[in-house]
Design a protein around this ligand. Structure first.
Ligand code: 1CP
Length: 352
C-alpha cells in the first residue's frame, strides 16, 4: 500500500469504519449509507454558503469545498463524506475552457471533435491539483473516523461533455465519434483517462479512504460499444490508484446490461441504479461483489410509509450480496426535503 503513514486508512482512523468494511466485503453491525449529491443543492446551508461564488471557484477554494463536504455529514449522520468538487474540475485545471452554468451543468467554450483539437489539449500539471489536495486534507482533518470518498468522472462521461460541448440527452456525437474516427476517439479517451486518473489519485493521497468512478452516462451504450471503446480507458483511469489499494466503486445510470463489464475494469464495488431491482443486479454480478444502491430518487418525495417500505425492501434485497452500502439510484434531486434524508439514515442504521 503506497499511502502515506498518516493517511486515515493507514493510521487506524477509517480502516474499521462501517463503509470501508462493507466496501471490503464484510458485514458491519450497521448497514452503511451515504447519498450521491448529498453535498449541495438540497441543503439550505449550502445555498447560503454559495451565494456570490461560482461553482468551479467554490470547488477550488479549500475552505469552501471542505465546509460544503462536511455539511451533510453533520446534518444527516451519513457514513461517508463525498468530496465537494465536480467531474470537470480536472479538465479546468488542465486548461480546458469549461464553466458550470447554473441550472444546466458543464458547458465548454468550444467542443473537442477533431484530431487537431484533441492534440491541442494539454496534460494536467501535478501542481495544478494543489487546491484539491488542500481541500481534501482540510476535510479529512475534521472527519475523524468518518471516511471521505474521493471521486472522478470516467473518460466516457467526460467525453460526452467535451465532444458535445455541454450536457446532452443521448450523447450522440460522442457515440458517433468512437465509430467514425476511432483514432481521434482513442486519443481523446487517453487524455481524459490521464487527467481524471491524476485528479482521483491526488484526492486519495491527500486523505480520501475510498474512490468512486462515475460513468454516469455509460447507460447510453451497448455492451459491445462499452467493451470496445470505453472499458479500456476506464481501466486506465483507475490504474492511477491501483498501487494505493483503496476500495474503488464504479457507478453509472441505466447500466443494467453493463454491470459485469463495469466490474471487470477492476472495480471492488458496483453501484446499481434504480432501474433494476437490487437483487437482480446482484444476480447479474454473480453474487460475489459488494454493491451500492439503489433507492429510487423519485420516492424521496413520496409519503413516508411508501418510502420506508421501499428502503426496507432494498435492505432485504441487499442481503443477497456479500456486502451492501445503501445509496440512491442516482443523485439527490435539488428540491428534496433534507429531513427525509436524515430519516432514511436513521431507518437504515436501526434496521437489522
Ligand atoms: O450551482 C450548483 O450548485 C451546481 C450544481 C452542481 C453540484 C452541487 C454541479 C453541476 N456539480 C455539483 C457537485 C458534484 N458533482 C458532486 C459533489 C459531491 C456530491 O455528490 O455531493 C459530484 C460527485 C459531482 C459529479 C458529477 N458532475 C457527475 C457524476 C455524478 C452524477 O450525478 O451523475 C456529473 C454527470 C456531473 C456533471 C454536472 N455538474 C453539474 C451538473 C448539474 C451536472 C450534470 C449536468 C447534466 O445533466 O449533464
Amino acid at each position: 500500500m503506497n499511502l502515506p503513514a498518516d493517511h486515515p486508512l493507514v493510521d487506524g482512523r477509517t480502516a474499521a469504519s462501517a463503509l470501508i468494511r462493507a466496501y471490503r466485503g464484510e458485514r458491519p453491525e450497521i448497514t452503511p449509507i451515504w447519498f450521491m449529491r448529498q453535498a449541495g443543492r438540497s441543503l439550505p446551508e449550502y445555498r447560503e454558503l454559495r451565494v456570490g461564488t461560482a461553482m468551479l471557484d467554490a470547488c477550488l477554494d479549500p475552505e469552501l469545498s471542505s465546509e460544503i463536504t462536511l455539511q451533510p455529514v453533520r446534518r444527516h449522520g451519513v457514513d461517508a463524506g463525498i468530496f465537494f468538487s465536480d467531474i470537470v474540475v480536472p479538465l479546468k485545471l488542465a486548461g480546458v475552457d469549461v464553466d458550470i452554468v447554473p441550472g444546466r451543468g458543464p458547458v465548454m467554450g468550444a467542443p473537442i471533435r477533431t484530431m487537431a483539437e484533441v492534440a491541442a489539449l494539454s496534460p494536467l500539471e501535478p501542481d495544478a491539483l494543489a487546491p484539491v489536495a488542500a481541500g481534501v486534507a482540510r476535510t479529512v482533518a475534521q472527519l475523524g473516523s468518518t471516511p471521505l470518498i474521493g471521486f472522478a468522472g470516467a473518460p466516457f462521461t467526460l467525453a460526452a461533455y467535451l465532444v458535445e460541448g455541454g450536457p446532452s440527452k443521448d450523447h450522440l456525437r460522442a457515440r458517433t465519434l468512437m465509430h467514425s474516427e476511432p483514432g481521434t476517439w482513442a486519443a481523446l479517451m487517453e487524455w481524459a483517462a490521464d487527467v481524471t486518473g491524476a485528479f482521483l489519485r491526488a484526492q486519495m493521497l491527500a486523505g480520501a479512504s475510498a474512490a468512486q468512478l462515475f460513468d454516469s452516462w455509460a447507460g447510453s451504450l451497448s455492451l459491445a460499444d462499452y467493451t470496445a471503446y470505453v472499458a479500456p480507458w476506464s481501466k486506465r483511469a483507475i490504474s492511477y490508484v491501483h498501487d494505493l489499494e483503496v476500495p474503488v466503486v464504479h457507478f453509472g445510470v441505466g447500466t443494467g446490461e453493463l454491470l459485469g463489464a463495469m466490474r471487470d475494469i477492476g472495480a471492488d464495488v458496483v453501484g446499481i441504479d434504480d432501474r433494476i431491482p437490487l437483487d437482480e443486479g446482484i444476480r447479474r454480478l454473480g453474487g460475489t461483489i459488494p454493491v451500492q444502491g439503489n433507492i429510487n430518487p423519485a420516492l424521496l418525495a413520496a409519503p413516508w410509509p411508501v418510502l420506508e417500505a421501499h428502503v426496507l425492501a432494498i435492505l432485504e434485497r441487499g442481503k443477497t450480496a456479500p456486502a451492501h452500502v445503501v445509496n440512491l439510484g442516482h443523485g439527490v434531486p435539488p428540491e428534496t426535503d433534507p429531513t427525509v434524508l436524515t430519516r432514511i439514515v436513521e431507518l437504515v442504521h436501526a434496521a437489522r
